[in-house]
Structures are given as structure tokens and as C-alpha cells.
Design a binder for this molecule. Sequence first.
Ligand SMILES: C[S@@+](CC[C@H](N)C(=O)[O-])C[C@H]1O[C@@H](n2cnc3c(N)ncnc32)[C@H](O)[C@@H]1O
Length: 441
Amino acid sequence: MTKNAREITVDVLNRVLYQGAFSNLALDHAFSSAALKEEDTGLVTELTYGTLKHLLTLNKILEANVSLPLKKIERSVLNILRISIYQMTYLDRIPPYAVINEAVNLTKKLAPKASGFVNGVLRGYLRHKDVPLTYASLEEELSVSYSFPLWMVKLFQEQYGEEAQAILAGLNERPAITYRVNTLKMTREEALDILLKEGYNATPTKISPYGIEVLGGRDVQRNVLFQQGVLTVQDESSMLVAPALVEEKASRYLDLCAAPGGKTTHLAELTGDQKDIRAFDLYDSKIRLITQNIQRLGLTSITAKKQDATVFQKELAGSAQVLLDAPCSGLGIIRKKPEIKYTKGVDELESLVALQRELLRVVKDYVLPGGLLVYSTCTLNRAENEDNVRWFLEQNSDFEAEPLSLPSDPRLLVTAEGFVTVLPGQTMDGFFIARLRRKIV
Ligand SMILES: C[S@@+](CC[C@H](N)C(=O)[O-])C[C@H]1O[C@@H](n2cnc3c(N)ncnc32)[C@H](O)[C@@H]1O
């Protein structure tokens, strides 16, 4: 029997919340295995991301409306309830009685004995929808209303002080779609002009001079500009990294944690595809992603190879500008992968710091005397960001911090040393960039 949009959503949520799947990949898999109409694809995407984004709020509402602990409810039934409460609370285009009917019909199919329970819970919620939720503390209120685990709320409060609430709000924003223009093929103005003439609602990104934000129009990935390698999907924060590393005098660039190649390909574009660019990553499957991007963009200056960045390659010692875009906890990209809120734990953050320090320790020896090491992460956790770089500078007196050349913008927090934290919001992921110069001694 074919599955409708809500059943597919429940499948995707089961995979993301209980089997560790990534939301974007689980959705891609669902869409490639079911021939859905475009409007149903839109509904599945909306219900999946909306439910994940507001999961803790939805759980709190459910707790107020059911008399048993949520973990005693069968998982598919719980996810039917969550997507239904999400629609009744956050969407106004679907009438509540239609939501309840859909939920009851789906429960009859997946867990027939629970259909009366689902009907009762949802009708009860409809009657008491306006009763406000109550909280034991300000932290609990922030945790439930923004739907972030308590430990993450406390981490942001402790580390970012008065910016914490803006970070929670920014990480819940709907991400804008931004593209980087391959300036080897045309200027940003030319690409923008073509998109506008084709009826897209598009605008230049404000901080990066290479980006275009597309606010409306047909799927850009089917557009000839994308297919011809003029455009690459990239967050505006990520577009700030390669320009921090490029210098006229440098002839070799190493990107140690490169897949899928977003920043490597930007390096090649900014250096006229004329320099020696080496991209490494840990897995063959990820090297294939880099290769696909290189081919689509028509670049020839990059070689991509499987290589563990914790293992030193002697032959490259002291030879290059170095990018370490380190594996990290990813708290800055929660807008795009909201499941990170519930799947990451504090312990994992600590082991990542150890890995990042090991990577810094190894890759520093590739840096050309007088050259640059750029360290970046897509997380908002000072332990993985500023603390790591300060630790590194204490250990390595032959390196010094150097500010990035960026316009001043309220979304950029810049430390006295020049380290940049990008605050998350509509067009930008939360991000961290530090630029370190190796002294000539
Ligand atoms: C933040 S992502 C890189 C994103 C990439 N720079 C881009 O802009 O497209 C971090 C990457 O580090 C890779 N990685 C993790 N541990 C590694 C290691 N020991 N050596 C090399 N790569 C590693 C992961 O496979 C992942 O692709």
C-alpha cells in the first residue's frame, strides 16, 4: 500500500530520532523511494523540520495532555501525536479537525489499538490549547520554548552571556538558501543579473562578496547556472573562510578536512585555478563527493586523496598555506540539522576538543614560514573555538593571531586577537574562524 505524506514523515522521524539518521539524508532517501507530488514533498519537509525544531515544546504539550510517561507510548504513535500537535500549534493552513482525522486514520493503519487514544489526546489538546505552559525556572522556559536541551541552554548562557537568547532564536530560524558564485566563470553581478531576468527573487549576500541569497523562484539546482558550475550551494559563513587563507605569494594550499569540498573549491576559484591545492579527508566516500564538486565546477588545480589528518606527511612539511576546517560538534548548523539538539551529548564535546588539538598539533608543521594557518569550525562552543586556538598559541610561540579583513557587522563577534564568531541567523550558520601566521624565525 502506498504511503501518504504523514506516514512518510513518521518514518523519517523514527529514523532520525531513534536510529541516528541525519534529517537531510533520511528525507533524500524517503523522496527517492516514494514518488511524491511536489506539494507532498513540501509537506513532508515542513512537518519533519518543524517537528524536530520544536520537539521539546511538543513533548511538553503532550505531557500536559496524556496521563502516562511519553516513553511508554509506542514510537510511531508518539511521532503521529508530535506532527499533529505541531500542525495544530504552528501551522494555520490545515484545519485542526482535518489534522485529527489524518492522525486517527494513520494510527488505524500503524497501531490500530491506539487510534482511540490518539483521538482523545488531540481533541483534549484542541479544547485546552490556550492554557499556557508552566516552567520551574528561566532555564527550563528557554529550554522548552526554544526546544534546546537544558545543558545546551546553560552552555550558551555561560559562554555567550547576553547573546545566548539570540543564539537560541537564530538557530531556530529557517535557513536562507545561499549560493557562491564561481568567479572563474562570471562575476557575482552577472550571475545575479541572469537569475533576476529568469524571475528569481535574489539578492547579494551582505558580508561575503561572493554569495547570492535566493529568496524565491524555481529550484536553482535545476538551473543551467548550477549545472554549468557557476553556482555552489554554500552557507555565507563558510564563504568567509577561503578568502582568509588566500595570499598572492602562496603557491600551495592544503585543506586537511576537506569533504565535501566547499572550501577547497572556493580556494581554487580564488586562486585562478592556478595553484597546487591538496584536499584530504578520512573516507573514500567523502573523497568522491569532493571529486564530484571539482568536476561540476570544471576545476583542475585540486588533487583529492584519502588521508588521516592526524598522520603527518613529511614530504609536505613547511610548504603551504593550511586550512583546518575541523570536525566539530556542529552546534552552529542546528538550523539545517535540528536533530543535533537532541543527538549530541556533553561527553562528545570533550572528546572533540582532544581531536581538534591533535589535528592542530600535526597540521601546524605544514605551514610555510611566513604563511597562514586558518582554523575554523561550524560550532558555537568556546572550548572547541577560542580556547583551542589560545591553547595552540601558548604552545607555539612561532605562530601569532592575525585579524581577518571583514566588514563590521552585528552578526560578527570579534575578539581582541581577531578571532571571529559568526552569530547564527537567517542567512548564516553559527561559525568560528581564526587566522594564525607562522613567524619567519
Ligand atoms: C567540517 S567537515 C569539513 C567541511 C569541508 N571543509 C567543506 O567546506 O566542505 C569536517 C571533515 O573532517 C573530516 N575528518 C574527520 N576526522 C578526520 C581526520 N582525522 N582526518 C581527515 N579528515 C577528517 C570529516 O570526514 C569531515 O568531512
